[in-house]
Design a protein around this ligand. Structure first.
Ligand SMILES: CC(C)(COP(=O)(O)OP(=O)(O)OC[C@H]1O[C@@H](n2cnc3c(N)ncnc32)[C@H](O)[C@@H]1OP(=O)(O)O)[C@@H](O)C(=O)NCCC(=O)NCCS
Length: 138
């Protein structure tokens, strides 16, 4: 399977919306909002299979806002490629929040060198669940 990364555009929003809807563990954004930030898409054999969105907070400080890979394309290195590209494009500290219950994503981030940096109780309004704050320095 060939994986290609490129910046996301308005034309990618329907595919991103579909991936987000199939990924209830991810934050559920109004997808056009992603165009305001650094949006990357991963193409697998020409099809949008995943996306990642980040924003710069300050010099050397960025935040991963959301990340999801279509369930049909998981565990093939697509998420890793997206995060590696984001960390390369955002040198310094990269922060993120992940649901406490999202053990798969927490393991995924740990496998990429992220560390637990704190927690935010009752962070997610939909479930009242807490968030784990993680970061990595590159
Ligand atoms: C988290 C997510 C983006 C990972 O994407 P992916 O393309 O499947 O991940 P990769 O194939 O690059 O995984 C790289 C490594 O991370 C770890 N990993 C990935 N998913 C994992 C899981 N569910 N459980 C345990 N470890 C996992 C493994 O070490 C994996 O390497 P391996 O497959 O050789 O064992 C994907 O599962 C997803 O979209 N989840 C739903 C949305 C979500 O939770 N987003 C995060 C919001 S903060």
């Amino acid at each position: 399977m060939s994986v290609e990364l490129r910046p996301g555009s308005r034309d990618d929003l329907p595919a991103i919306a579909e991936i987000q809807a199939a990924s209830p563990e991810a934050s559920q954004w109004d997808v056009p909002e992603y165009l305001k930030y650094d949006l990357l898409v991963a193409l697998c054999d020409g099809r949008v299979a995943g996306f990642a969105v980040a924003r710069r907070l300050a010099d050397g400080e960025s935040e991963l806002l959301n990340l999801a890979v279509h369930p049909a394309f998981r565990r093939r290195g697509v998420g890793r490629r997206l995060v590696e590209a984001l960390t390369a494009g955002h040198p310094g500290m990269l922060w993120l929040e992940v649901r406490e219950s999202n053990l798969g994503a927490r393991k995924f981030y740990k496998s990429l060198g992220f560390c637990d940096a704190g927690c935010r109780p009752c962070y997610y309004p939909d479930s009242g669940e807490g968030a784990i704050v993680m970061n990595v320095h590159s």
